[in-house]
Design a protein around this ligand. Sequence first.
Ligand SMILES: [Mn+2]
Length: 339
Amino acid sequence: MHEDFFERFDAILGQSRQFALVCHVNPDGDAIGSMLAMSFFLRQKGHQVKMVCPNAFPGFLAWLPGATDILVYDRDEEQSKIAIADAECIILLDFNTLSRSGVLHNEIGKTRCQRVMIDHHRDPDLDHLACYYSDTCVSSASEIVAEIILHYGADRLTQDMATALMVGIMTDTGCFSHSIYHSRTFDLCSFLMEQSIPYPLIHQRIYDSFSENRLRLLGYAINKKMEVLQDFAVAIISLTKNELESFNYQVGDTEGIVNFPLSIEKIKMSVLVTERADQIRLSFRSKGSFSVHELAHKHFKGGGHTNAAGGITTIINMKTTIKRLKAILGEYDELRYDE
Ligand SMILES: [Mn+2]
């Protein structure tokens, strides 16, 4: 499958000069990291590259080399539209279906150029693509971009690419705690380290960059808002718009909160429910074999991976959403708690 990808991707690199790289809504470290590394690679090969995000990315990624080049559709609609309309090839990074690109969906839909998907989510929509590298058994889209760059020669890997890719792999694995399926992930990290990237500094910039408000929000979420269910190995944290605002919420501030309940021994699934402007967002994490992808896909118009997934509901009511979530748990015997 991947030989086929390289054959087609080679042909695209031969024909197209102007690329647009796009990612999913609420971009994370992997979306931004994979996009930046791919942009460096394409520019190194002499191509023109524009990067477009549907909405803002977290501030803890802003220091990444090249991050200021990324167009944010929310902030710069005109330039974002031009970047997509003018592209001779669009590369979709870290998402599996056009609807995940939010407001970019329409703009991409209007284009007639070739599209390439580089992704690691389940159930990708492949019909509209010229070629794809879709693999659910890797840690991240960044891992795939690392494979692609190395395919063209280890000497192509630069320090900026390695930094971006390390951030992508690090953040999508919860700092190497999950979504690691093979030793290859560490082999690739070793290649990245060979570019003399400052690993402790990268870690510090990603994980030790909280505002005081963000840490207090985390403390509040765990201490006051975490509900550990009696009959299920499940914990739920909910945060309303008002609560988020009272901690002066900034994009990215709820990132990682959902992971903490999993550190309780008995917990197999953790859910963070947050109230946003026009929807309620659910973030799922699990330990072991329970697939939060299936649950999010079936009930919350979402999905992702076995141990990490997201979803939404347009029931604009926190209480109703949580009631519904609890009712759904009854379907899953694996989540029952029996001592
Ligand atoms: Mn990812």
